[in-house]
Each structure stands twice: as C-alpha cells, then as structure tokens.
Design a protein around this ligand. Structure first.
Ligand code: DAH
Length: 339
C-alpha cells in the first residue's frame, strides 16, 4: 500500500511538471484528487485494510494528498507566470515603428473665403445674424419694397412652397427680420444660402450663397457705406485694390449702386478674367429705403442706414480664377485640395 501511494505521488509530480496551461493542470488534479481519482479510490479501499493498520495508512494517504495539493499550487503559480510572460511579450510596443499617416481635411474654398469676410466685418464691429431659408413672402419681397408685380417674383426665378412661402431668393430677408427684433444701432452681416429657379450652367446654380450687410443708426450716409466697403475690398483683395461705385437700382435701397473692383489681373486694361471690362463686379449696395425702415417700425426721420449684398461664389471664383460654379458643389477632392 505504501509503495502504491508513493508511486501515485511520484507520477502526480511528474505529470504536474509537464503541464503548461491551467486546463492541463486541472485535468491532472481531477485524475488524482477528483471523485473518481486515484487517491480517492485508495481511500474508498480503506475498508479492506486491517483495522489496526488504518491509522497509519490513513495518515499516509493524507500526507500524499497534501503533497499533491502543494505540488498543484506550485505548478499553478508557474503556469500563471508563464501566461503573464507570454502576454507581456505579445503586447510589447515597438516605439520605433513608423506612424500611420492621418489624412487631414481642410476648409472648402467657400468656407475659407467666408471666414475671411466674416473676420473683416467682425473687426469693423459687425455682428453675425441669421434667418430662415424657408421664408415668408413678406420678408423676402413685400417688406423689401418688392411689389406683387415685380419680375423677381415670377415662378421662373423663385421656388414657391405655397402662395405665401418660398425658398428665400436673397439674404436681404434677414435685414427685415433683424430690424423687427432689434432697434438701432444695428451693424450686422448675414451670410447664408439662397435659392433661385435657374438652370445650371457655368455661372448659375439654383443654390448659392450671399452675405448681406446692414447698418442702421443716426446720421448714417452713403459716405459711410463707401468707406466701409472700400476698406472691405482692400482687406480682401489687397491694399492696392481700386474700387468704383456705379449707379444701379434695387427696390429696397435708394440711392442704389454696384461696387466694382479694378481687375486684379490686368489692372484695368481688359482681359479674359474681366471679360475685357477692366472691372469686376463685387456687390450690390445702397442707402436703406425709408419704406423698408417704416415697415420695421424704425422712424426714417430719425434713423438712416446702408445695406449691401455680396455673392460668395462669384467672389471666390474671381479670387481663385475658378471658371465653373459647379466645381463648388461636386466636391471632387482633386479640386478642393487646391485651395
Ligand atoms: N439682394 C440683392 C440681390 O440678391 C443684393 C443686394 C443689393 C443686397 C443691394 C443689398 C443691397 O442689401 O443693398 O441681388
């Protein structure tokens, strides 16, 4: 019996020494100490042992059992360390490995120039205002002194949603919304999308962007308008930029004008960029019509103002010599990455 027990201990130790994983270790434990294990079998056989020998043999079985358990523990620790070593090795980080290239996006040319324009006007004390793209006839036309029979109201130019609701055709609608809410002094620009029922070609798009400007205060005159807009043109196109104002007509301003800049390519001689004109149209502007102030409950005897509207696409096209407005909306990465 004693020899048998010693043989069991020896083979348990040998088998344990060969285990490399927790699962293998457990299999050995079951084989020797489990319900049907070898040591358990011997304990069950105790009834066949002579009563006077039982204490000795019992002691022996317990010793062997304890020895097997100790060996199990030790081997368990070895296996844990092996597993840890393996994990540390597999998780090592090679800090000398080259990094992965991160592709950075950048601003759309329309956004980049709009940001510049915003900065210029913010620097002059203007605030940014907003209005809805789906607009009431009142704000887009009526309050701006554009009567019902005005050609701009034709369905060929305007996307109507109902008789009274439309997609705004100009950011001038924001002028009225601002003046309704806020009393002078007012000094805002309102950039945003506008919509016209135009067929798409190199210079027309049913969706484009304008930047509206509005200043209302006591004693504002045409010379304020000219001073600020000339300064704006110089900031945007360079200090040597030359501007001119041409008389024009807009229903919501009186007098009205358009501001041109001298062609920065040919300096007035006439070239392809300015179509031989020597000048490039930049914006529409004028002194706010008294009727518009009145509609907004601002007394035209006390206050006066000026307004202007800049076409963003046209400005960016001139600036970067882009000859097709569609390039802005196709979002061809090869195009966008040039700016
Ligand atoms: N709303 C005009 C347009 O879409 C542009 C414009 C002209 C705006 C003169 C103004 C302005 O504020 O004073 O053609």
């Amino acid at each position: 019996m004693k020899q048998q027990l010693e043989a069991i201990l020896a083979s348990a130790k040998k088998e344990l020494g060969e285990t490399r994983t927790a699962r293998e270790l457990d299999a050995v434990r079951v084989r020797f100490l489990g319900k049907k294990g070898e040591l358990t079998a011997i304990l069950k056989g105790m009834k066949n042992v002579a009563p006077e020998e039982r204490p000795v043999i019992g002691q022996l079985v317990n010793d062997v059992r304890a020895a097997v358990e100790t060996a199990l523990d030790q081997q368990g620790q070895i296996i844990e360390r092996l597993a840890l070593d393996a994990r540390l090795k597999s998780e090592t980080l090679d800090v000398t490995m080259p990094g992965e290239d991160i592709v950075l996006g950048h601003k759309h040319p329309l956004t980049a120039v709009l940001d510049e324009i915003k900065d210029i006007f913010i620097g002059l004390g203007f605030q940014i205002a907003e209005g809805p793209e789906v607009e009431l006839d009142h704000y887009n036309f009526e309050a701006l002194n554009i009567p019902k029979d005005h050609p701009a109201r034709d369905t060929q130019d305007t996307f109507y949603i109902s008789d009274n609701i439309l997609l705004r055709t100009q950011t001038s609608s924001v002028q009225v919304r601002v003046m309704e809410k806020q009393k002078p002094p007012i000094r805002i620009i309102a950039p945003g999308r506008v919509f016209r029922s135009d067929a798409v070609d190199a210079t027309h798009s049913p969706l484009f962007h304008q930047i509206e400007g509005l200043v209302v205060d006591k004693g504002i005159t045409m010379s304020d308008l000219k001073g600020v807009l000339e300064l704006f043109a110089k900031r945007l196109y360079g200090e040597d930029t030359i501007v001119r104002f041409r008389p024009h007509h807009f229903p919501f301003t009186e007098p009205s004008a358009e501001m041109d800049i001298q062609c920065y390519q040919c300096h007035g001689k006439g070239c392809r960029l300015c179509k031989g004109e020597g000048w490039i149209e930049l914006l529409g502007c004028g002194v706010v019509h008294p009727k518009v102030l009145e509609v907004c409950d601002i007394d035209p005897e006390v206050y006066s103002g000026y307004a202007f509207g800049i076409g963003l696409e046209r400005t960016v096209m001139g600036r970067f010599k882009i000859d097709d407005i569609r390039s802005f909306y196709e979002n061809d990465i090869r195009f966008l990455h040039q700016f």
